[in-house]
Design a protein around this ligand. Structure first.
Ligand code: HH2
Length: 286
């Protein structure tokens, strides 16, 4: 297999991995996300937060208009569009970094792309064929995430015989599907889906074996920011108090080969990623 190029280019954007992993800033335009619900629900606040994330070192802004926290219900496409599109339009004028749309709905993705988004972050890994076609037709990068079940039910009883092997196999099959519809390998990002139908033990096994995902032939995105397993390990009930726990997980993921770290706290995590990656790179250079 040919090595992946350091710079990923598509008609309306580029990502340069030559200096190490990149940070994706999370911008939830929602009233109910698990850690920042309501913080950026108004367009002006969301845009200001996005601009600030770009200044703090984000390489991508991930705009989401539907919380997928455990137990959440899906948000109708027109409501997601009403929330996300004005924010994406304003950000596309004000920042030069690519904007991704965090949605499993192809109609939302289409509207977001028209507004200026150019990466599709799909927690259902192109379950809807129209999403796959949109990415292929527009030559957009995609994030393919693993999830067991749906957000509404996924934390009721997650079960695996071998979580690492099963998640790997799933991601490989979804990536093969993406390639089969015409999405280029370098534009496919795989994501183990930390917290999506997984117990704390499952999450730890996946993070402990992340380097195995690097060998699969695709770049990897990892989202651990403020998640519940960090609360369980540290006793921090309030997600906003999970900064240091998040830093530990982000550092390890960056050192183990993740290419994109999806985080809420862009400034601090940019430093974490730089230091963790520099140490890992020095270790592998001897
Ligand atoms: N996690 C969340 C949402 N989208 N997308 C990818 N690719 N990977 C993730 O790990 C991931 C994701 C959940 O976090 P957040 O957006 O902060 O919360 P909510 O779903 O409640 O809005």
């Amino acid at each position: 297999m040919e090595p992946l190029s350091q710079v990923v280019v598509w008609p309306s954007g580029r990502l340069d991995f030559s200096a190490g992993p990149l940070v994706m800033g999370i911008l939830n335009v929602t009233p109910d996300s698990f850690s920042d619900g309501g913080d950026f629900f108004e367009t002006d606040k969301a845009v200001a937060a996005g601009v600030q994330m770009a200044q703090q070192g984000a390489a991508i802004l991930d705009v989401g208009a539907e919380s997928t926290r455990p137990g959440s219900r899906s948000v109708p496409a027109d409501e997601q569009i009403r929330r996300a599109v004005p924010v994406i339009e304003a950000l596309a004028r004000r920042v030069s970094i690519p904007i991704s749309i965090d949605t499993r709905d192809p109609d939302v993705a289409q509207a977001a792309v028209r507004a200026g988004a150019s990466i599709l972050n799909d927690i259902t890994a192109l379950a809807d064929e129209r999403m796959a076609r949109l990415a292929a037709d527009r030559q957009l990068p995609v994030v393919l995430m693993h999830m067991q079940g749906t957000p509404e039910t996924m934390q009721q009883k997650p079960q695996y015989d071998d979580v690492v092997a099963e998640v790997k196999e799933y991601l490989l099959s979804r990536a093969a599907y993406a390639e089969s519809v015409g999405i280029r390998r370098e534009r496919i990002f795989i994501d183990p889906g930390i917290g999506f139908g997984k117990t704390t033990e499952h999450n730890l096994l996946l993070l402990g074996h992340l380097e195995e995902f690097v060998g699969l032939g695709y770049r990897m995105l990892v989202g651990v920011s403020r998640k519940r397993f960090i609360g369980q390990l540290t006793g921090r009930e309030n997600p906003k108090e999970r900064l240091f726990g998040t830093a530990a997980a982000v550092a390890l993921a960056a050192a183990k080969g993740a290419s994109i770290l999806r985080v809420h706290d862009v400034g601090p995590m940019t430093d974490v990623v730089r230091v963790a990656y520099a140490i890992a790179a020095a270790e592998s250079s001897v």
